[in-house]
Design a protein around this ligand. Structure first.
Ligand code: ZN
Length: 256
């Protein structure tokens, strides 16, 4: 009798179990989301976004690393960069540069040192007032015409951007290569011509480009424009000018 009761109990539990699972299945089926009715086809619209502002070369804003200073582009009156700082490099005086240029110059000088090349910073940021004195002294020493070939009038100098440097062998080498074309034969000039662009600098007044840049060849004057652009300029040609690469107006005649 007990065996029969036990067997019935097992069957009962089994039946209840199946019933329970069947219920569950139904609940799950009821919860299933009905498939949506297909919506009508919407034509695809391709929206072309304008380039991001930082991708557009900006030649006229003082915030821009591409700001142009040449004989047809004068800087704002009395412009003085707000982030001037002293780069930690061998230097002839207390020269200052804009922050990004100062850091890039330190990087470049360290790399040159590693290659056994000892460069000295011979000039960097020059105020409008300083540039006025400099141009006047050249004009008095030579002539106003000569002063215009080798120097800038106040307000037009690449040095006033805080992004330009003159690199020399040093004021006390006695070799006479500082600030003249013979600098191109020095190890410093050769190293710079080969590597400056890797650190964001370009030769601002290349050989044979006076009609475009407005200035005689200066193998010692370099301008910071950032690594990407500097590499791109040199990729075109080792004597490519800023004006040519960016299609910016230049020339030897001053435009007031
Ligand atoms: Zn210079």
């Amino acid at each position: 009798m007990k065996k029969v009761m036990a067997l019935l109990l097992i069957i009962l539990i089994g039946v209840m179990g199946i019933a329970f699972l069947e219920d569950k299945k139904q609940v799950l089926e009821e919860e299933a989301v009905p498939s949506p009715t297909p919506s009508p086809t919407v034509p695809t619209v391709v929206v072309t976004m304008p380039p991001e502002p930082e991708d557009i070369p900006d030649f006229y804003s003082t915030d821009s690393l591409l700001i142009v200073a040449n004989k047809v582009h004068k800087l704002p009156d009395g412009y003085e960069p707000s982030d001037l700082t002293r780069p930690n490099v061998a230097t002839s005086a207390d020269w200052m540069l804009r922050e990004p240029a100062a850091r890039a110059l330190e990087e470049m000088f360290a790399a040159a040192e590693n290659d056994g090349v000892h460069m000295v910073l011979g000039s960097a940021y020059r105020s409008e007032a300083y540039q006025r004195q400099l141009w006047n002294s050249y004009a008095a020493q030579y002539s106003p015409e000569r002063a215009d070939r080798i120097s800038s009038r106040p307000g037009y100098s690449d040095h006033q951007t805080g992004l330009a440097v003159d690199i020399v062998q040093g004021m006390n080498t006695g070799l006479g290569t500082d600030f003249n074309e013979t600098f191109e034969n020095t190890p410093e000039a050769k190293w710079l011509h080969e590597h400056a662009q890797e650190y964001g600098w370009i030769m601002r007044y290349p050989k044979g480009k006076e009609d475009i840049t407005g200035y005689a060849y200066e193998p010692w004057h370099f301008r910071y424009i950032g690594k990407e652009y500097a590499e791109a300029v040199y990729a075109v040609d080792e004597w490519e000018t800023f004006e040519e690469y960016f299609n910016v107006e230049g020339g030897t005649e001053y435009k007031e």
